[in-house]
Design a protein around this ligand. Sequence first.
Ligand SMILES: Nc1ncnc2c1ncn2[C@@H]1O[C@H](COP(=O)(O)OP(=O)(O)OP(=O)(O)O)[C@@H](O)[C@H]1O
Length: 282
Amino acid sequence: MAFLKTSPTTAAPSADASTYVARVRDHHRAFGRHQVLRGIDLDIRHGEFVALLGRSGCGKSTLLRSLARLDPTPPGEVELHGRTAVAFQEPRLLPWRDVRENVALALLNTPEKGVRHERAEQTLAEVSLTEKLHAWPLQLSGGQAQRVSLARALVSNPRLLLLDEPFSALDALTRIEMHQLVIELWRHHSMAVLIVTHDVDEALALADRLVVLDEGRVARTWEITSPRSDRNPAKPEIATARAEILSALGVQPTPPNPNRDPITGELRNRPDDRSGNDRGAA
Ligand SMILES: Nc1ncnc2c1ncn2[C@@H]1O[C@H](COP(=O)(O)OP(=O)(O)OP(=O)(O)O)[C@@H](O)[C@H]1O
């Protein structure tokens, strides 16, 4: 049974306009004489969850900004079929607006204030923040602020949600909660997601396809076919992909510890624990 399929191709399989939400073709981007993107080819299909990895400074955020239309892109290089929205590592909330207003501000094209507020309230309920509608951003925890940021991105019902290292400032347990939340939101909204992350395990836990950038191009992609509930890093298939991805990133892989809980990261059995509590029925 193939849990995991690795692909040596340099780009995603091509798709026609009805199947992709974004198509990037031979995309270049330079800052002065510094050429950052050198011919990116990437398709993102509707409803797909893609993780973008690469060494620091390789151009991940630059590509994300092109997809978000935050930077100018040459005609034909970045084609989008549907609305995009972005959430960044820092929640970037306006401190002088309450939580509901921060989310409603993403609906500037909706003239009726009551409708904006109603949609903001619905989206904040999806991220379990109904009780914080009238809180100020400074009163929120880091995880709550990031939930507001997600709600602000989702309220316009994007077809492509772009996440730029959204969880890297959060503690381990909050990150796990946020992973579960993002998967729920992704399923519920039937949108595509592109997440930029440095964390290979996060990418393996979340994404259907992992894309590694190197020297301004797509160096390699991995298609992950196993269900998310079955992506234990100790499994040989996942461990192999992990090692390949780390190698593509130029990192010496460390073997996964079979005694470490894949979800919480905690050690389940110490080496000297001979109680057999965790061995199950023979
Ligand atoms: N507005 C800008 N002006 C000049 N140089 C820029 C600008 N934005 C990005 N760069 C440069 O482009 C390169 C790629 O930056 P980018 O932020 O896309 O990398 P990254 O892969 O997201 O890095 P990291 O993982 O560290 O966040 C870097 O060398 C960066 O200094």
